[in-house]
Design a protein around this ligand. Structure first.
Ligand SMILES: NC(=O)c1ccc[n+]([C@@H]2O[C@H](COP(=O)([O-])OP(=O)(O)OC[C@H]3O[C@@H](n4cnc5c(N)ncnc54)[C@H](OP(=O)(O)O)[C@@H]3O)[C@@H](O)[C@H]2O)c1
Length: 285
């Protein structure tokens, strides 16, 4: 099998390029504008691959909440691109792998959300990602083979694109070098997920499970505060971490308070604490 990875220099996409080596062709912004579907179609037509992994997305959750231009961009990348890819994959007999988010849920259920539960996003980003899921499902109904994988709170090595986000843990680590005390939001309980694990479990999923909708996350859940505490414990860094409410860091987009994804269908994954330990102890920067 050969893979085409879109968003190949992003945080998740770069892990696929690393794992797959010569079995993957990677495309990122300097290769093609993923929003120019004509250009993209021309590009795809000269490449040879069996599976498309779409790791490209609009992820600026706050930016697209109030700004109409950004909202339009979010829908183009998170709905328009998957819609194009789904139609292309169906027409050309490719398998499509696409990522979605815990933000498709409203976050009121403390016990978490399984794959069968009804989404109800509370912010524009979540709405745009749900629209992408639905666009793919419309083609699945016509025979497309697609894996829609919801995941959450990604962390891991930073992708090589200059625009990729630094993970929460690296952000906290950086701040701990400048400050004696950190205030961290004790809210948004959900599953932290290591991009290295997510990439390898995605490949296991494609090989061994039927197409469909899956939740792939490291097991367990934590708030931002709980996760920061865990990291400083693992690294034996002595710093005061103070839990604060979400209101202390008011942001334009509302966040689901509890959005732990429950994986009841796909391959199991280790706990987020084990994955975090692995990441921190093998980190080179
Ligand atoms: N990050 C999280 O915590 C999280 C949580 C839940 C779900 N997810 C989902 O997981 C998937 C992977 O996320 P990620 O954090 O790895 O994403 P990421 O690091 O932001 O990577 C996205 C990649 O797509 C590229 N891209 C964006 N717009 C493009 C365009 N018009 N043309 C060409 N390339 C373009 C980006 O290039 P530039 O860098 O040049 O823009 C970047 O390399 C996404 O579907 C995301 O929604 C992420």
């Amino acid at each position: 099998m050969t893979y085409l990875v879109l968003g190949a220099k992003g945080n998740l996409g770069s892990q696929f390029i690393k794992i797959l080596g010569e079995s993957a062709i990677g495309l990122d912004r300097q290769d093609v504008n993923l929003l120019d579907f004509k250009e993209l179609e021309n590009k795809l037509s000269v490449l040879s691959f069996d599976i498309i992994i779409n790791a490209a997305a609009y992820n600026a959750v706050d930016k697209c909440e109030g700004d109409l231009q950004e909202k339009s961009l979010a829908f183009q990348l998170n709905e328009g691109l998957p819609d194009f890819l789904a139609k292309y994959s169906l027409a050309h007999n490719k398998i499509l792998v696409h990522y979605s988010t815990d933000y498709v849920f409203n976050g009121t259920l403390k016990d978490g959300y399984n794959e069968a539960m009804e989404p109800a996003p509370i912010n524009v980003y979540g709405q745009s990602k749900l629209a992408g899921e639905l666009a793919i499902k419309a083609q699945v109904d016509k025979g497309l083979k697609a894996y829609i994988i919801r995941t959450s709170k990604l962390f891991g090595p930073q992708g090589s694109s200059p625009l990729t986000k630094v993970s929460f843990f690296d952000l906290m680590l950086g701040l701990s070098k400048e400050k004696k005390e950190l205030e961290v939001v004790d809210s948004e309980k959900s599953a932290f997920t290591y991009t290295v694990d997510l990439a390898s479990k995605t490949l296991e999923l494609i090989e061994n499970y039927p197409a469909g909708l899956y939740h792939l996350i490291n097991s367990g859940a934590a708030t931002w505060f709980e996760a920061a505490e865990e990291m400083f414990d693992i690294l034996a860094i002595s710093i005061k971490v103070k839990p604060v409410s979400a209101q202390a860091f008011a942001r334009p987009a509302p966040r689901p308070e509890y959005s732990q994804l429950l994986n009841t269908k796909g391959p199991g994954m280790r706990s987020w604490q084990e994955a975090l330990k692995d990441y921190l102890l093998h980190k080179t920067v």
